[in-house]
Design a protein around this ligand. Sequence first.
Ligand code: ZN
Length: 371
Amino acid sequence: MMLAVSLCAAVFVSLLFCVSCTPYVRKYQKTKLVRVALLCGVDRVTVSGIAHKKAYDQHTVTVNSAFPMYFSSAGSYVEVNGTQYRGNLELKLLDNRIWVMNVLDMDDYVKGVVPCEIGRVSEDLYEVAKAQAVAARTYAFAHLDQHQDLGFDLYSSVQDQVYKGVRCETDITNRAVDATAREILTYKGQPVEAKYHSTCGGQTADFNDAWPGTAPPYLRSVRCPYCSQSPHYTWEKTYSKSAFFVHLRKGLEKAGISLPRDTRIQNIKLVRNRKSKRIIKLVIVTGNEDIEVPGYRIRTVLGSPGDPGGLLKSNYFILDTRRDSIVLKGNGWGHGVGMCQFGAIEMARRGMSYKKILYHYYKGTKISKVR
Ligand SMILES: [Zn+2]
């Protein structure tokens, strides 16, 4: 009975909203709406919202419902599995699984991102909230249409930026978003790739320390004398020698780098970026051919299941070899590229403006207003 009601409602919603969906598609091009994937492939979801003037409360949608479906908030909020979001919802079926997209105004999206990414900040740190708002907005603009094949712009997770809707918003971060409305960082008139990370450990990374490809000129290593109060400023990992080599072999296998089982590892060399101090190449010396691990794979190779995302905290470390053990002594957490969030917090605490913070970490960029 429940299912029948649900199906009827779904068909009803779908038929009526095939027409009413058109305005927001047009509006998307004009007013910078953003489409955020909230759920990617589930078999059931409950939603609340308005569909053709009818209010649905905790309405159950299954893979047997009729898709696509659209729900508006009509001045309030829509809900997905009990969590409130601004804007509208679009539900569709891909490979017989339900995908839920939140379609909303860019700055409403940024309001749900800033506190998730920078944390809850106090009034004296207002400038860092503004810096994070501009960085998050810039990232979103630079990534519009990146998942066009799936029909949305951004994931709501660390894959893009963490977005949790209304529940994570705070008064101070919302004010920061409003105060910087329409502002993004640009380089030669284009939105920049506004990378940011938790803690650089004293010096940010060059783009190619973390990723292959062409490096944007504004993502280069800069000194950061601001993040030493971060709990991630330094870190250590200690292994027995035998455990380290087991860990290394497993990591190479995980990263798809072949090292035959009977190959004896004779030595390990670390090649470092002199400026950023990151490891840009790890060379495993064997009796035969040396094996090279590029810098941007090292966090995967040396990461453990217990590390966040399975990645080593950073590729900014030294190997301290002792009689029976090997100690990794590292700095920072994250890829190290772009804005160091703990550094930015300290800059704000010392009275620096959000523009000064952004221009420190993204050299040669400028703040522009999107039309
Ligand atoms: Zn830093």
